[in-house]
Structure formats: structure tokens, C-alpha cells
Design a protein around this ligand. Structure first.
Ligand SMILES: NC(=O)c1ccc[n+]([C@@H]2O[C@H](COP(=O)([O-])OP(=O)(O)OC[C@H]3O[C@@H](n4cnc5c(N)ncnc54)[C@H](OP(=O)(O)O)[C@@H]3O)[C@@H](O)[C@H]2O)c1
Length: 316
């Protein structure tokens, strides 16, 4: 089939966008031709994409004009922001406004906005069950994303709001994997009590996004929540023990203790886990395992992800 519809993918050298690029490239019948966005076309990752025959363009989501250029002539686009590059909810919000401004002037027929909940709709700033952070947020890396959702819709854009889940890849790259205790056992620490954590392989986000684009207009104007599997701490620890050949124990701490760990973003993540714990039905309810598998028939569960990735989880 001739691929003549351009799809502009932001974050193409990263987890979410990279997963979408791979999903499209793996489909020889795709109607889409990928335009991969990077800030630096000379990086190794960008050059590797170019070598695969992908059009690589430079843009920075701080610069609306460069976003507009990247959307020139495109039929579809994947929008994602990168909170952990700068830790600023205000900056992230401005970047989202930049996306919207550029999209309004584009000819896009479908765009996916990778978003999360504005947790302040559940925990208002004056609710002191968790601290307010940076003056205006409960979970900064969620709130700025979710608070902008309605702006895409009100701008009349053909948007699908994609609510993603916790990446299991955080066990490899984000320092969240099991840590060795003084007793020689390994501890998986987060503050969710016995509640389940909606998780997924980061690469499956792009595959689900591709599934959404492939349906045409079915999901335009809709919110889609995606997840690989919902597991509690004990279940995750048991599966990690098996896959890693060590004893991993779930260490359920309080959100206060988690927030006090002191690494950059510990307070944000402590509030995030507390939100997922205290509003577990709402958070998990919108993340639909069945639909995720329809969108991406290769959707991995935790066991499958571990069988491919456990060897990369660092153990000290
Ligand atoms: N970790 C989790 O569990 C989780 C779960 C759900 C949602 N999220 C959200 O996922 C988002 C990050 O997505 P990701 O994991 O795909 O990111 P990632 O793997 O860190 O990739 C980021 C890519 O974005 C590009 N980038 C960074 N700043 C840019 C800018 N100013 N303009 C244009 N491109 C820029 C970089 O490409 P170049 O260097 O090539 O320019 C980089 O390769 C975060 O906002 C986070 O909140 C994370």
C-alpha cells in the first residue's frame, strides 16, 4: 500500500514516540509515512531513524514556529511533553499551549495528546491529605497535562486524549526497581497499600496510539486509557522474585515516607502514588485492559515484559 499520509511524531527518539515510530515501520501496509521530530538531527538516535528511511525534522516544543513547521502537510500527529527534562509544570503547560496554537493552524485530521489526570479535580489545593507542591499543584507532572485537555477540545481540534499508565521500564531507567536491604533481601518500595498499580511496557504506548490512528475517526473526541496489567505490590514483588532469581519483598511505606526520600521528584511521585491509591477505582477504571488489547494485540502483561527485560533491571 502506498504510504502517503504524513504523521508527525514528537518524542520520536524517546519511549512513547519511538514506540509509535516502530509500530508504523513494522507495518508494511501502513498508510502513514513517519516524520520524526527531534531537537538534534545529528544525534545517534536521530541518525538511526534517518537510516531506516524516516524523515527526520528538527523542532523544539518551546518554539511554536518550529512545531508549525513540523506539522506542515501532516495528516496526523502524536503530541507528548517531557516533564522530567525540566520538572516545571508551568513550562509543560506552555509547551502544551504551543502544541495547540500550532495544531490550530495545521491541516491535521487526527492528533493524539498523551495526557494524565489533573489530580486537583479529586484533591483540591486546600485538601491537605497531601501537600500542595510549587504553590499550585498536587501532582505537578500530571496536573499540567490534565488541565490542558479541555483546551484541545475547545479549540475544535480532532483530538484523542490518551491516558497512559506507569511504565514498568521505570524499574530499569528511573531508579524504581528493587533495592537491597541490610538483611540481603530486595525491597520494592512504593506507597500503594494493597491497591493495584496500572502498569505497562512503555513501548506499548506507541503501539496503542497506532491502533487508535488506524481506526480512523472512531476515537476522535474521546478519552482512551491504556494499561498492560493492574497488579498490587505483593504480586509485582512475587513476579520480580521469579524473574530475577532473588527474594523481592513489597515494602509498603506511607506516602509521607516516600515523599521524604529526597531524590528529585520524590514529593511529586509520593503524591502520585497516593492519588493512585486513594482514587484507585477512578484511576484504574478508565484504563481498559480489553480495549488496550484491541488497539494493540501485542500488549504485554508484566510477566511477558519481565521475560524480555528483567535482565536489564539494575541490582546493587
Ligand atoms: N515514566 C512513566 O512511568 C510515565 C508514565 C506515563 C506518562 N509519562 C510521561 O511521559 C512523558 C515523557 O515521554 P517519554 O517517556 O516518551 O520521554 P523520553 O523517553 O524521555 O523521550 C523524550 C524525547 O523527547 C525529546 N524532547 C525532549 N525535550 C524536547 C523539546 N523541548 N522539544 C522537542 N523534543 C524534546 C527528546 O528527543 P531529542 O533529544 O531527540 O530532541 C527525547 O528523546 C513525561 O511527560 C511523563 O510525565 C511517564
Amino acid at each position: 500500500m502506498e504510504s502517503n499520509k504524513i504523521i508527525t511524531v514528537f518524542g520520536a527518539t524517546g519511549a512513547q514516540g519511538g514506540g509509535l515510530v516502530n509500530a508504523i515501520l513494522a507495518d508494511s501496509t501502513s498508510v502513514y509515512q513517519v516524520r520524526a521530530v527531534t531537537r538534534n538531527a545529528n544525534s545517534d538516535k536521530a541518525k538511526a531513524l534517518a537510516q531506516l528511511g524516516v524523515e527526520v525534522v528538527e523542532a523544539n516544543i518551546d518554539d511554536p514556529k518550529s512545531i508549525k513547521n513540523a506539522l506542515e502537510g501532516a495528516d496526523a500527529a502524536y503530541f507528548v511533553t517531557f516533564f522530567w527534562e525540566h520538572f516545571s509544570a508551568e513550562k509543560e503547560y506552555q509547551q502544551i499551549l504551543n502544541f495547540i496554537e500550532a495544531a490550530k493552524e495545521s491541516q491535521l485530521k487526527h492528533l493524539i495528546w498523551s495526557t494524565l489526570e489533573d489530580t486537583r479535580n479529586w484533591v483540591p489545593l486546600d485538601d491537605d491529605r497531601m501537600p500542595t507542591l510549587n504553590g499550585n499543584y498536587k501532582v505537578p507532572h500530571f496536573d499540567s497535562k490534565g488541565s490542558a485537555d479541555h483546551l484541545f477540545v475547545e479549540a475544535g481540534l480532532p483530538v484523542t486524549l490518551l491516558r497512559t499508565s506507569f511504565y514498568w521500564d521505570n524499574f530499569i531507567y528511573f531508579g524504581m526497581g528493587p533495592k537491597k536491604g541490610d538483611d540481603g533481601n530486595y525491597y520494592l518500595t512504593f506507597p500503594m497499600d494493597d491497591k493495584t498499580l496500572a502498569g505497562m511496557a512503555a513501548e506499548d504506548i506507541g503501539k496503542c496510539a497506532y491502533g487508535i490512528f488506524k481506526t480512523g475517526s472512531e476515537f476522535i473526541g474521546k478519552t482512551v486509557g491504556i494499561v498492560g496489567e493492574k497488579l498490587n505490590g505483593n504480586d509485582m514483588a512475587a513476579q520480580l522474585s521469579k524473574a530475577l532469581g532473588i527474594q523481592v519483598i513489597y515494602n509498603n511505606v506511607s506516602p509521607e515516607v516516600y515523599r521524604s526520600f529526597g531524590f528529585p521528584g520524590a514529593d511529586d511521585l509520593g503524591n502520585m502514588f497516593q492519588f493512585k491509591r486513594d482514587f484507585n477505582d477512578d484511576f484504574n477504571g478508565i484504563r481498559d485492559e480489553k480495549l488496550s488489547r484491541v488497539l494493540n494485540p501485542q500488549m504485554q502483561n508484566f510477566h511477558q515484559w519481565l521475560s524480555l527485560n528483567a535482565s536489564q533491571i539494575p541490582l546493587d
